[in-house]
Design a protein around this ligand. Structure first.
Ligand code: ZN
Length: 242
């Protein structure tokens, strides 16, 4: 069994298409989505339509939440807010209903799935420091927790003595006595200074977890954003990966 984990698509259908093409050319598996299907990008309906069709399971991201409810909009910066107001206007009613139906967290076999953090997921916090990681390793029972939200792919490993290691190699092999928090990175808006899209592959037979990077037609995604009248700041950041 293989699980393909995708996250933070953010209305970037050009990136999503390349990601799914790559998955379609890989061994059969299931696709799960860690949320933020919309926000920032110019093709929210195309992205939600595709995720509804392709993902076996999807959890809610903070941008998905703010597309259907004002509460989380107050934490957005000016550009994110502007793009979200445009996204709300653009999303078809059935796609808004779909976003409304998304759960905050799910478990699947040995995996715990959440957009932001297993500890108080509705607060949309980040895991940036070791202290954040310590708190969050205590907040789930399963062996592997997949998160998105920061748009920065990383593998956090906790050994049998509760020592935490930060692995930036882009791959690991699951150990029986280890526990893991994996940030699957972002398909539609990478922010680790690498504009390539990122997604994650989990091979349950071998225990291998890989963060995969791929080029996609950034200029095409930027063209759609220009046509939609989205802010130049959001358009430019795609080519910078930040
Ligand atoms: Zn996001």
């Amino acid at each position: 069994m293989i699980t393909y984990i995708i996250s933070d698509i953010h209305g970037n259908y050009e990136a999503l298409k390349v990601c799914l093409d790559d998955i379609d050319q890989s061994p059969d598996g299931r696709i799960i989505c860690l949320g933020d299907i919309v926000g920032y990008g110019a093709q929210p309906n195309e992205c939600v339509d595709t995720i509804r069709e392709r993902a076996e399971l999807t959890v809610m991201g903070n941008h998905d939440a703010s597309a259907i409810d004002d509460k989380s909009l107050e934490y957005f910066n000016q550009y994110a807010k502007e793009a979200m107001l445009w996204t709300r206007k653009t999303l078809r009613p059935e796609n808004l209903d779909y976003l409304r139906s998304l759960p905050m967290t799910r478990t699947l076999d040995n995996m715990y799935l959440v957009h932001a953090t297993p500890h108080n997921p509705e607060e949309w916090n980040y895991i940036f420091y070791l202290s954040d990681a310590e708190l969050n390793f205590k907040a789930f029972e399963q062996q592997v927790c997949f998160v998105g939200h920061s748009h920065q792919p990383v593998i956090l490993e906790q050994d049998a003595h509760s020592k935490i290691y930060i692995n930036r190699e882009g791959s690991t092999v699951i150990q029986d006595d280890g526990k893991y928090i994996i940030n699957a990175g972002s398909v539609g808006q990478p922010r680790d200074l690498d504009p390539k899209l990122c997604y994650c592959i989990y091979n349950h037979e071998t225990g291998e977890i890989t963060l995969k990077r791929l080029d996609y037609p950034v200029e095409k995604a930027q063209g759609h954003m220009r046509e939609a009248g989205l802010h130049p700041f959001l358009i430019e950041r795609l080519s910078l990966g930040r």
